[in-house]
Design a protein around this ligand. Sequence first.
Ligand code: GDP
Ligand code: GDP
Length: 439
Amino acid sequence: MQPVIALVGRPNVGKSTLFNRMTKSRDAIVADYAGLTRDRHYGHARLGRREFIVIDTGGFEPDASGGIFKEMARQTQQAVAEADVVVFVVDVRAGVSAQDHDIANYLRRLGKPCVLAGNKAEGMENHAQLAEFYELGLGALHPVSAAHGQGVRSLLELALQPLNLPEDDDDPMDVQGSGAIRLAVAGRPNVGKSTLINAWLGEERLVVFDLAGTTRDAITVPFERQGQRFELIDTAGLRRKGKVFEAIEKFSVVKTLQAIESAHVVVLLLDATEGVTDQDAHIAGYILESGRSVVIAINKWDAVDDYGRQQLQRSIETRLAFLKFAPLHFISAQRRQGLAPLWKSIVRAHKAAVCKMPTPVLTRLLLESVQFQAPKRAGGHRPKMRYAHQGGMNPPVIVIHGNALDHVTDAYKRFLEGRFRKEFDLVGTPLRIELRTSH
Ligand code: GDP
Ligand code: GDP
């Protein structure tokens, strides 16, 4: 599971600036997907090969009038409680405030690793004012400038240090490793996650290992289905209890994110009787940002009439437009209907994510597509595509080389995407196409 860093601090100290700085690397994945409303409180960051989740607790804050932690949203407290490390952000230009003291007291009581970040420190690295922050009792202040990107890297190194993460951790995407497809079922409370998982685990064609040996903190359940090995990841609001999965009360965004990040394929479960809610759209957004493969399953199909079904289909088309590449399944977990096609899609989505696309095949396909329909001339330039190669896996990235490629339209990129998807059977995975102009 990826470690979690929570950014806390009073308003205006620069938490969201710092958050954006830390999580920037993911923007490339989602740049091409319109309609995504991003949850700016949860993000993903990377330091070398170490990946982790960052939470910005800003924006959850109450107005300063009523004691900051009394009213602090439950979500924030939960996020801080679930974090492995807290980065407490203060404003070195403003000096120590009473609110800073309140927060410091709270963090000391919490007793988890905490790093003190003095933001807005550009140009004042050795300033006497920095020493003042010792009185917070959280050790030395680490000066940073979120706006200018100074000190952020070493701040992260400092923050991750107490976690003792192995530098060369197994690449979580190493699908050859155990040969198992890691599977997570994500969805808000009550959509039917535990019903679905228990239906799966009770399936005859499925061999579950080690279910009896219930270590309470076991986080995956290995099983085999038709010769393919899987590992089911405990998800938000779900715990194994004996032989079955049980819904627990508390929904946790952090757990959802961790499950998504450590999965190969995520099943996004929706409730047909309720349509696509804001929370569903957020979870869908996390999945897209993770770059993981996704299959959408609409549960409780048995409980809606034709009218409801039409409504639902429409709301999926509009609210989850950015997941258009995901196969859609209508199921009833309770009646065990639609489960076999869902399995097929899961395996197919995994295959797509780790698909190998040889340069000659990609290039041939590219040139054929250009011959079929050439990119439009724009501003006196005719984009010229020369060859393509695979730039990454999980999610797959295709890099196209040529001249004047800045002039290629989004519509043309979508046309190419469609051709590549068809050729390599890329369903369920995002696909990123990068254009590189050689000068
Ligand atoms: P938050 O309320 O803690 O999330 O704070 P914001 O990230 O919204 O930042 C509050 C203000 O501080 C904004 O006007 C930022 O432009 C500014 N700010 C953020 N980081 C820095 C920094 O490193 N140096 C300076 N001088 N200003 C910054
Ligand atoms: P979770 O919180 O996502 O794990 O949801 P549960 O699996 O606990 O299910 C929530 C409720 O939905 C329970 O009352 C289930 O019986 C019900 N439910 C689950 N699947 C179906 C289904 O396919 N059809 C109908 N009608 N109800 C279902």
